[in-house]
Ligand binder design. Structure first.
Ligand code: ADP
Ligand code: MG
Ligand code: ZN
Length: 620
């Protein structure tokens, strides 16, 4: 791939640009430097500082005119951390410091260095000149792109090169999307075939799907297959501080593209410009974005007339926030769903990415695919790379199955962080919490086998975790299984309640997920006896057509809303009761497993299965 150069600019423009950039840099330095240098350490409230002094935690203090810097006493040989606080007029402070034996000194006021002279005397005129020129140029009839090239589109142009051509063969697991896009490739390759019969070539195709599922990759593959230039820009790059810049960028981008037709314009993160105009009331409206959006709509309506084949591909993971005007016929009237891959899709993606690494003979990609439901393409690419890194670290020649097994855990739960040490009480709570999940999960239908419980913290959030691996990909779940999942999620908290009689903040995420699931059962899956088989959630289709606004719930009466809430509550509470009963009845086993877990930190495999096999199910 090669990147095309922008056309040359006249010298006057270049000088003005340099002036503006230089003055901007100084302004930035002026803003940033004070916050980096004198107050690099974290700022804390004065009251906290006094508290720390009183507790005897402070080692030494340096009192300046505008700030107080202080260092905490060292702990286990490491230097204590440094903080700053803003001084208030406090005559008691020296006495307090003395009584606590804190070393302290006053710092002299800052000297006038050449640097601050420059900042104070040279920069403001420069900024003034820069801004003045900028406005002159806008008033001067040339529009925003008159003098400075701020208005120029920043689109990167990729022209197909022999070396790194991306094709449909590089994308897997999204077969339906590919089928639809093959058609787009045909339009680009031989537009005449379609126009001769009088067919209208679609202009806009919207790729919709979660992050990392391969939307960008697909757009590049379309360009690669058709052998046409590919202009790529991200929606967020359009949204600028200055009103009018975004829209002139859009104009410039389409001008460039039309000259190179047939070609593809790819707008990533379309939602950054295309947010529904009715939905930004909170910010009091955003003129700049609105103008940019209008310009985009105008350009899309305009270019059919010229006969140039420019197809606009755009990607978003939040189609429901888009302005309905974008989705009307003649604009982004085709939507292609790019969803997370299923079992065979995951295997195919793994195959593509493992071509780049040396695989051992024992590697079974199908088994890996089975263990990674919910992974998007990008996660799988990451997984292969992690496995290769692990193999290299273990000084292996090729990547082995066990590297993949460990990599899955890493990708699932964040990197292993043995350094974050829990204290004994915390560890105990986490142990019972995880065993609670595992025991309830083991009895519930359809939630997969519990393969591992661990109290080794991973990543930043999870203190411990319970790994349940499904034995197959599930698309359909029945009500009982969903209720089982909710009970499993509440198992951790229930165990804490039974053993410690109190609950900790550690269960917040579990509760969130349990409640979400219960709400979906009622509002989307129609599983409530009271509310009946109605969908109270807006369908995606309805939102695409623009008649739904942005409210994810259908308009419901107040009574219905109350009924939904009480149904959700009922589901969660029943599941909670269920989990409590199971754990109470098997309390001895709960204790036994937790004690073992505290000892070994991890229980997995056959040992875990045999322990969990001893659970007594509830008598019905
Ligand atoms: P998105 O634009 O949907 O967020 P990307 O296209 O940027 O996702 O995907 C990031 C990377 O993940 C790609 O460059 C590719 O390596 C890998 N990837 C994602 N989806 C797929 C897929 N369906 N097939 C093969 N690789 C994929
Ligand atoms: Mg992307
Ligand atoms: Zn939990």
């Amino acid at each position: 791939m090669s990147i095309k150069q922008q056309p040359k600019q006249p010298r006057g423009r270049i000088i003005a640009n340099i002036l503006l950039v230089v003055s901007g840099l100084f302004l930035l330095l002026n803003l940033i430097l004070p916050s980096i240098f004198p107050s690099g350490p974290a700022g804390v409230p004065y009251s906290l500082f006094i508290h720390q002094v009183q507790e005897g935690e402070v080692d030494r203090v340096s009192v300046g005119q505008n700030q107080i810097r202080y260092q905490l006493k060292s702990e286990n040989g490491e230097a204590g951390s440094v903080f700053v606080t803003t001084p208030i007029f406090d005559l008691e402070l020296p006495k307090l410091l003395e009584s606590k034996g804190v070393e302290f000194a006053a710092t002299p006021p800052p000297k006038n260095t050449w640097f601050s002279t420059v900042i104070n005397w040279v920069v403001p005129p420069l900024i003034f000149v820069g801004i003045w020129q900028f406005f002159m140029s806008r008033g001067g009839g040339g529009g925003p792109q008159g003098m400075l090239s701020i208005g120029k589109s920043k689109a990167k142009v990729y022209v197909e090169g022999e070396s790194a051509k991306i094709t449909f063969a590089d994308v897997a697991g999204v077969e339906e999307a590919k089928t639809e896009l093959v058609e787009v490739v045909d339009f680009l390759k031989s537009p005449a075939r379609f126009t001769e019969i009088g067919a209208r070539i679609p202009k806009g195709v919207l790729l919709v799907g979660p992050p990392g599922t391969g939307k960008t990759l697909l757009a590049k593959a379309v360009a690669g297959e058709a052998g046409v230039p590919f202009f790529s820009i991200s929606g967020s790059e359009f949204v600028e501080l200055f009103v009018g810049v975004g829209s002139s960028r859009v104009r410039d981008l389409f001008d460039q593209a039309k000259k190179q037709a047939p070609c593809i314009i790819f707008i990533d993160e379309l939602d950054a410009i295309g947010k529904s105009r009715s939905s930004n009331g909170f910010y009091g409206g955003n003129d700049e974005r609105e103008q940019t959006l209008n310009q985009l709509l105008t350009e899309m309506d305009g270019f059919a007339a010229g006969g140039a084949t420019v197809i606009v591909l755009a990607a978003t993971n939040r189609p429901e926030t888009l302005d309905p005007a974008l989705l009307r016929p003649g604009r982004f009237d085709r939507q292609v769903l790019v969803d997370r891959p299923d079992l065979s899709g995951r295997e195919a993606i793994l195959k593509i990415h493992s071509l780049k690494v040396k695989l051992g003979k024992d590697v079974n990609l199908k088994a890996i695919a089975t263990r990674t439901p919910g992974f998007a393409g990008a996660d799988l690419a990451n997984l292969v790379n992690e496995a290769a890194l692990l193999a290299a670290r273990n000084k292996r020649e090729t990547v082995a199955q066990e590297d993949f097994a460990e990599a899955i855990e890493r990708v699932v739960a964040g990197l292993e962080k043995k350094s974050r040490v829990l204290n004994e009480t915390e560890k105990k709570i986490v142990a019972y919490h995880e065993v609670g999940h595992a025991m309830v999960g083991a009895l519930m239908p359809g939630s997969g086998r519990v393969e591992k419980i661990s109290i080794i913290p991973r990543g930043m959030a999870a203190l411990g975790y319970t790994l349940q691996l499904p034995t197959e990909d599930r698309f359909l779940m029945n009500e009982e299984e969903l209720r089982g999942q909710i009970a499993t999620l509440l198992g951790g908290r229930s165990a804490e309640e039974i053993i410690f009689g109190s609950i900790t903040t550690g269960a917040a995420n579990d509760l969130q997920r349990a409640t979400d699931l219960a709400e979906r059962m009622v509002t989307t899956y129609g599983m409530s006896k009271v509310l009946g088989p109605l969908a109270y959630q807006q369908g995606q289709q309805a939102m695409f057509l623009g008649n739904g606004g942005n409210n994810p719930r259908r308009m419901v009466s107040e009574d219905t809303a109350k009924a939904i809430d009480s149904e959700v509550k009922e589901i969660v509470e029943t599941a909670h009761e269920h989990a409590l009963e199971i754990l109470k009845q098997n309390r001895d086993l709960l204790e036994e497993i937790a004690v073992q877990l505290l000892e070994t930190e991890v229980i997995e495999g056959d040992k875990l299965h045999s322990l969990l096999g001893q659970i007594q199910p509830l008598a019905k």
